[in-house]
Design a protein around this ligand. Structure first.
Ligand code: GLN
Length: 539
């Protein structure tokens, strides 16, 4: 039977619970176990797809088309396992399911209540869809003490009884702040947070303590004493230079050893050599390239989390540091100025009019100055639009997303595609989040393309999240300028990849390659892109 590890957070938010859960899963994998990660999010949105990246960071997309919280990205990058719909749950999803059952009459007229109906629904989710996993690590979003997370805490408390305390472990990730005036690390906030957990019936088995410095032995002993946790299960998790150090540092601090002891599992020592090599390359790069990212969510760079990570992974592959230069696309008149001196330019995905002119300007700059360019999703659509306007001279060329009545809809909503057995048709006025082409779709690449050479195959599958497509009635005209459609959906109707033939490295992809990059398996497109930036530096 799978062992369940529940990870809660205390004192403040943004403590890196997702990272801690991911790192623990990675170490358990390195010990030869099969681990699965899940996230329970307290907000009422049915999925994070409609939440603004300004507030919540990136919307991560899984193979099966779930729009999820960015922590699922960490889960995949640390374990290499593709997450699924069943690994991401929100209060909104739980309530929707319960209300649908109530409408169908499934509760046979009973009074529908948080206890037991909502709790039972969460329990089903937590324990569902598990096959031969040794460990299921469930992260509870939010901070202990929030009103919203109470049903989740009640669920994991009950599961301790249902599954047996010996099969469930509670890890509490907490903060030990350093107070300069006292010259001390303070344990009181953690004591209070544990009290809060105790008040809902949960005694944590292990404390993972975030801190900006080393935690003295007496602070650990004191915490153990007051929080009723063995001193060796008060584990230090001080700030790291790179997130990829976490598996090594948490192992050195005893996290996985204590987990194995708790469950009375006699496990082999973990083989962390891959992580050691990744960290060595991050700390000792043999060069540096500067890549500009021209986007619009500059106040919260978490909106570009997977892209940043994918570029880091490609840097690891080449053993160089990838320095990122963030350029705000809304400062249109300064875009070209800021792009001088960078080795490559990336325009990421995006929605809506804001910053479009600056992005188009960046693309023109990359095309004319032969600077390596990678356009992702919106960045691909805009690359086509830039060519239509500036090379073909179609001055009114536009996307119907940006101007619904454009006479020249080079990008539009004019496609249909098969999703399994059903024909999907996109509508501009459908539910937000409900009308997108989401999740993994196949793409066939032209054999001679740079993209096919990078992937080492012509048949690829990548994750999508978009509503609009390049309008293929413009195909011949666009191709006459040297911008070729080198990747298409297998049926040949949906454009997936464009490459400029008169340019050393100019690629646009309709999909999001960044979601599938791992530190131990960097994504070929990003490896190619950083390689092109290194070539550019030499020339
Ligand atoms: N806004 C564009 C569309 O909906 C691109 C989306 C994206 O970049 N993820 O098609």
């Amino acid at each position: 039977m799978a062992k369940f590890i529940f990870v809660t957070g205390g004192v403040v938010s943004s403590l890196g619970k997702g990272l801690a859960a991911s790192a623990l899963a990675a170490i358990l994998q390195a010990r030869g176990f099969k681990a699965r990660l899940r996230k329970l999010d307290p907000y009422l949105n049915v999925d994070p797809g409609t939440m603004s990246p300004y507030q919540h960071g990136e919307v991560f997309v899984t193979d099966d088309g779930t729009e999820s919280d960015l922590d699922l990205g960490h889960y995949e990058r640390f374990t290499g396992i593709s997450t699924q719909k069943t690994d991401s749950i929100t209060t909104g999803k739980i309530y929707s399911a319960v209300l649908a059952k109530e409408r169908r009459g499934d509760y046979l007229g009973a009074t529908v209540q948080v206890v037991p109906h909502i709790i039972d629904e969460i329990k089903t989710f937590v324990t569902n869809d598990i096959t031969d996993e040794d460990f299921v690590i469930c992260e509870i979003g939010g901070t202990v003490g929030d009103i919203e997370s109470l049903p989740f805490l009640e669920t994991i408390r009950q599961l301790g009884n249902d599954l047996g305390r010996e099969n469930c472990m509670y890890i509490h990730v907490t903060l030990l702040p350093y107070i300069a005036a006292a010259g001390e690390i303070k344990t009181k906030p953690t004591q209070h947070s544990v009290k809060e957990l105790l008040s809902v019936g949960i005694q944590p088995d292990l404390l993972l303590c975030r801190s900006d410095r080393e935690i003295p032995e007496d602070a650990r002993r004191k915490l153990g004493l007051f929080c009723n946790v063995k001193a060796e299960r008060v584990i230090e998790a001080s700030d790291l230079k790179s997130i990829y150090e976490a598996p090594l540092v948490y192992h050195a601090n005893g996290l996985d050893t204590e987990v194995c002891k708790y469950f009375k599992i006699d496990a082999k020592a973990p083989d962390l050599s891959t992580w050691q090599e990744i960290v060595r390359r991050i700390h000792y790069p043999e060069g540096m390239v500067t890549i500009a990212i021209v986007g619009k969510y500059m106040q919260l760079l978490d909106a570009y989390k997977s892209i940043i990570q994918a570029l880091t992974h490609a840097g690891i592959a080449h053993n160089v540091k990838v320095n990122l230069k963030w350029i705000d696309a809304e400062q249109t008149d300064q875009v070209a100025h800021h792009l001088r001196g960078v080795q490559a330019i990336l325009v990421p995905g995006g929605f809506g009019n804001r910053g479009v002119d600056g992005k188009l300007e960046a693309i023109r700059f990359a095309r004319e100055n032969k600077i390596p360019y990678l356009g992702i999703c919106f960045g691909m659509q805009l690359a086509v639009l830039e060519t239509a306007r500036n090379v073909l001279g179609i001055s009114q060329a536009n996307s119907t997303e940006l101007d619904a009545n454009t006479p020249e809809p080079v990008i539009g909503l004019m496609t249909e595609w098969m999703d399994g057995e059903t024909l999907q048709r996109r509508q501009g006025d459908g539910n937000l989040g409900g009308t997108m082409r989401l999740g993994a779709y196949d793409c066939t690449l032209s054999p001679q393309s740079i993209t096919a050479k990078l992937y080492g195959t012509q048949a690829i599958s990548e994750r999508h999240r978009h509503r609009y497509e390049v309008n293929m009635t413009y195909k011949d005209r666009i191709e006459s300028t040297g911008l070729k459609f080198v990747g298409m959906s297998p049926e040949g109707d949906l454009p997936e990849v464009v490459e400029r033939q008169d340019h050393p490295w100019f690629i646009g992809v309709q999909f999001h390659p960044e979601f599938k990059s791992r530190p131990f398996a960097p994504h070929p497109l990003f490896v190619g892109f950083v390689g092109a930036a290194m070539e550019n530096l030499k020339s």
